[in-house]
Every structure is written in structure tokens, then in C-alpha cells.
Design a protein around this ligand. Structure first.
Ligand code: NDP
Length: 335
């Protein structure tokens, strides 16, 4: 049973030395328990927060504990009346091959799901995050201009496509030409701007001639700086993530712009609201799942996975995720 442990807490960007690959015996389930074998492991930006012991909405991973994470598993042994061997489940068994469960928190995916890994992306946490943040906090109306960064990622790609379904103009922001082409040609965004470009802020302004009604915030930093002057009166900002800051060890240099930000929020009556998906919206998961499976079946949603082969590759893939090296939802094929 291979396990990836948190060996030390990163200072700045995580490095391979922050992880430790170890091998233990496969655990044995007791009466009322089952043995899960991870087939797919999800890698997500929030894991950077769990590696840190700064106070947050969730407990950190302890040193020498298994890294946490969502998984799609098969039941390989069952001493539990509700589960059969071979059944697929969505679990939270972390960065390891095997785990024992008493069934608590598992979501059944059936004996033969068509795309089991979708439960980690479009049909799971990231898709749900895009859906609730955009629809409940963003309140899109026909003709609104939506801007979303990390536009080809697990969350951003869904935000933009749902925005198009709702009749909005969607401007993506992504790292590099290939991602921008994909956002326009495959995901159907109206525009997509490369945030590495020297004149990025000007290009964004040119793409948003009617201003911005909804800015779905995934990244923060210089992207937010470029967005702020373009926001319209009454704009909404679902504050979903700030990935450009997750490895930061201090506040950026420069003048204190807090009063300018608050002044803009005031005079333009901008609503900015943070949310933590399952803490705030668990009660609406069924509504999301029904709607998203319908859109998928109708061919209205494109979904791209960035597949990584082998559990041992997870640390490098996670480090890459925080640097924009992924192209699509990162899923590790564990074995
Ligand atoms: P992605 O699949 O989008 O991967 C992360 C992407 O972020 C990278 O590919 C890169 O895309 C972009 N990025 C990284 N660093 C920077 C930077 N400095 N400036 C601009 N872009 C950067 O990840 P997810 O879709 O899983 O997550 C997106 C955001 O949503 C994250 O902030 C995450 O924390 C948040 N989130 C929040 C939840 C909540 O409940 N509030 C739940 C789930 C996710 P590119 O190369 O295009 O720049």
C-alpha cells in the first residue's frame, strides 16, 4: 500500500521534499467496514492550504500523515451490508492506494459508471463550485459580460460554459496561447486573454468594451488589478480562489491600495462574496448534479482532464498545478 505523506510544510512553493512516499501493508477491514482501492485521485489547489498550519476553514494535514484528497475507488473487500465488491464510490481517501472505510461520507457511483473520474471534476467538487459561485453569487443576466481566469481549468472552464448557456458574453484569462485558443474554439468563449502578455491589462480592457458585470475570481494578484478598473456599477464578484497568492510568504510591495479598493466597491455598489463550496451549498448538490448531467448529455459542456499516470507522480503534478502547468482538471490514475 503506497502512501504519500506530508514530510514537511512548504515555505513558498511546495517542493518534492515536502512529500514522502512510503509503503505499508494493506489494511484489513473489520465487520461493518470495507476496503477501498483508489483508481483516480483528484489534485486541487486547496491542498496547498492543507499543507500549511495557518488557521483556515479546515484542519491542516499533520506531519507524516497521508495527504488528503478526493478519490474514485473500487470496493475490493466488503464486510458492510450496503456495499458489494466491484462497486465504485467517490471517497476522500487521500494520496494512497488503499483505505478502510465504514461507509461514512461515501457516494455510490454504481457497478459500471461510464466515466468514473468525472465525479472528481465536471460532476463533482469543481463543477459544483463553478455552478453555485456563478449562479448564486454572480446572478448572471442575459447580455452580461463575465470575466473568469484560470479559464481552461477545472472550475474556470465550467464557469465560462455555464455563462454562455445563460446568454452572457464570456471573456477568459489563461496562461498561454494554446489555452486561449482552446477556450475560444472548444469551450466557446467570446475572447480569451493571455495573462503572461506584456500588455495584458490593455488587452483585457479592449476585450471588455462594455465593462465587466461579473468577475469570477479564481486567481487574484495582477489579474484582479487589471479587472478592478473595468468593473461596472452593480458588478458581482464570486470570490472563489486566489491561486496566485497560495505560495506567497508576505504581502506584495507597493503602495497600500486598500482604500482605493473599498472606494471602488462603494461608489460602484459592487458585491464581493467568498464561499466554501460544501460548507455553504451542500444542500444544493442534487440540483447541480441533475442540471450538469443534462447539459453533458446534450453536448453543451466540454470537459478536459489532464491525466497523470501513477501515484508517485502526484507531488510533481501538484507543484505544476500551482504554476499553471496543467491543462484541464488534474486527475492522477493511481494504478
Ligand atoms: P485549475 O484547474 O484552474 O488549475 C489552476 C490554474 O490556475 C493553473 O492552471 C493556472 O492557469 C492558474 N494560475 C496559477 N497561478 C496563477 C497566477 N499566478 N496567475 C494567474 N493564474 C494562475 O484549478 P481549479 O479549477 O481546481 O481551481 C481554480 C480556483 O478555484 C482555485 O483558486 C481554487 O482554490 C478555487 N476553488 C475554490 C473552491 C471554493 O469552495 N471556494 C472550490 C474549488 C476550487 P493558467 O495557466 O491558465 O494561468
Amino acid at each position: 500500500n503506497r502512501q504519500l505523506l506530508l514530510a514537511s510544510r512548504p515555505v513558498g512553493a511546495p517542493t518534492p521534499e515536502n512529500f514522502h512516499l512510503t509503503e505499508t501493508t494493506i489494511p484489513s477491514p473489520q465487520q461493518g467496514e470495507l476496503l477501498l482501492k483508489a483508481v483516480y485521485l483528484s489534485l486541487d489547489p486547496y491542498m496547498r492550504g492543507r499543507m500549511s498550519d495557518k488557521k483556515s476553514y479546515a484542519e491542516p494535514v499533520g506531519i507524516n500523515e497521508v495527504m488528503v484528497g478526493g478519490t474514485v475507488c473500487q470496493v475490493t473487500v466488503s464486510h458492510h451490508p450496503d456495499y458489494q465488491v466491484g462497486e465504485w464510490v467517490l471517497a476522500y481517501s487521500g494520496w494512497q492506494d488503499y483505505a478502510v472505510s465504514n461507509g461514512e461520507g461515501l457516494i455510490k457511483l454504481g457497478m459500471n459508471p461510464t466515466h468514473p473520474s468525472y465525479a472528481l471534476g465536471v460532476m463533482g467538487m469543481p463543477g459544483f463550485t463553478a455552478y453555485m459561485g456563478l449562479l448564486d453569487i454572480g446572478q448572471p443576466k442575459q447580455g452580461d459580460t463575465i470575466v473568469v481566469a484560470a479559464a481552461t481549468g477545472a472550475v474556470g472552464s465550467m464557469v465560462g460554459q455555464i455563462g454562455k448557456i445563460k446568454g452572457c458574453r464570456v471573456v477568459g484569462i489563461a496562461g498561454g496561447n494554446e489555452k486561449c485558443q482552446y477556450a475560444k474554439e472548444t469551450l466557446g468563449f467570446d475572447e480569451c486573454i493571455d495573462h503572461h502578455a506584456a500588455n495584458f491589462a490593455q488587452q483585457l480592457a479592449d476585450a471588455c468594451t462594455d465593462g465587466i458585470d461579473i468577475y469570477y475570481e479564481n486567481v487574484g494578484g495582477k489579474v484582479f488589478d487589471a479587472v478592478l478598473p473595468l468593473l461596472n456599477t452593480g458588478a458581482r464578484i464570486p470570490l472563489c480562489g486566489l491561486i496566485s497568492q497560495y505560495n506567497a510568504t508576505s504581502l506584495p510591495d507597493g503602495p497600500d491600495r486598500m482604500n482605493m479598493l473599498m472606494g471602488q466597491l462603494l461608489v460602484k455598489r459592487i458585491k464581493m462574496q467568498g464561499f466554501i463550496i460544501f460548507d455553504d451549498y451542500a444542500h444544493r448538490y442534487d440540483e447541480f448534479a441533475q442540471q450538469m448531467s443534462q447539459w453533458l448529455a446534450e453536448g453543451k459542456i466540454h470537459y478536459r482532464e489532464d491525466r497523470v499516470e501513477g501515484l508517485e507522480q502526484a507531488p510533481q503534478a501538484f507543484i505544476g498545478l500551482l504554476e499553471g502547468k496543467n491543462f484541464g482538471k488534474v486527475v492522477v490514475k493511481v494504478s
